[in-house]
Design a protein around this ligand. Sequence first.
Ligand code: EPZ
Length: 417
Amino acid sequence: MQKFIIEGGHELKGEVAVGGAKNAALKFVVASMLSSEPATFTNVPDIEEVNRLLELCTFVGSEVSRDDGQVKIQTKEITNIKLDPELVKKIRVSVLLLAPILARKGEVHMPHPGGCAIGQRPIDLFIQGFEKFGVKVTENAEGYHFKTDKLRGMKFVFPLVSVTVTETLMMAATLAEGKTILKNAACEPEIPALAEYLNSCGAKISGAGTNTIEIEGVAALSGGVAKIMPDRVEAGSFAILGALCGNPIRVTNCNPEHLEALWTMFDRMGVDYKLGPDWVEVRKTDNLKAVDVVTHEYPGFITDLQQPFTVLLTQSKGMCMVHETIWEGRLFYTDKLKQMGAQIIMCDPHRVIVNGPSKLYGRKLESPDLRAGFALVLAGLVAEGTTTIENIYQIDRGYEHIEERLQKLGAKIKREE
Ligand code: EPZ
């Protein structure tokens, strides 16, 4: 089991370039499987979750080649409709394969996907969406069996906003017969980017990026080429690092427009930062003012930055509330911040009160999930003394070569077996 050893209390200085967005790359790979022709994606991050998904695509019948940040994938035939339970449990996005497999084969056996630390992550909306397409869904102990002769266009009104259900139904609808309308759809920036790629392959999608998306089904899609957009969560995570210990830190290769909800929080707290067209420079700022934060679908404050942002709140003056409205399990990591000395009270699974500033001390910790893991790295970099973080596979899932990039900024962090 690998772990990070971090010696805290050092100011960090320099530039860090943001990688390709994990939560875009995963969907582009799945979208490529809607076509039997080859697709090429560049700026694909070299992270666990992408590598696991490519394994699963190969299992299903894709030919995949990877050369640094470039992925070539072609799925001439979908040859396996019984998905491997071990692979499906490893990554949440396996459920998105429902779109290409049902659109091209009309049948799939989908094992129960694993939940994870942030919530039990049901797939009821995926099932309801495909039933509206005319798919017959039956559940058994192993998982779900989906079967249909073809997908028929339909209207789906989301009872709650879901990013990957929006993406999955939008992908499936590109090859359905007739027109599909998705209402109360998610508006995350990765969704119009995915629609733009699919339209470049011959799809007819309009309204992506708004809460009403219309898709006119077509007979087939061609292959395509796309560059994956910058990872806004990684960019925001490094900007928060800058506010904690930057002297200063410049985050490059990013799109600041995708993080306006974070900049407005920085303004209210008094963070010293400057925005450029594709960079942000942030300096450690004393006497930050603590502010309440509520996570919300885009363009609200992204839940994936809640955990790193809460570390910044522990170093800010005053009492504030963190309200995690999306996930029922995404605040339990605050126990570990409390072990380090943070003053945090959990009101319920969705809300904690943070009182700051509080001095943090290095501790032995374990990373519960991807973004909490990065939050613990941030806390370790700020804390006095040495912090050990185990289970760092979770961090490798979403942050590429993270310790090397932090070392370049002057961080005292090393990976040990
Ligand atoms: C995506 O997950 C992201 N993952 C998550 O990022 C992100 O936290 C989340 O969107 C919210 O922005 C990827 O894109 C791979 P949801 P997703 O469906 O689509 C409930 C990270 O850190 N729900 O928008 O799975 C669900 O339980 C990850 O990179 C149902 O009830 O999230 C949640 O409460 C973590 N039934 C709410 O919807 C369903 O069938 C919103 O989740 C599906 C979802």
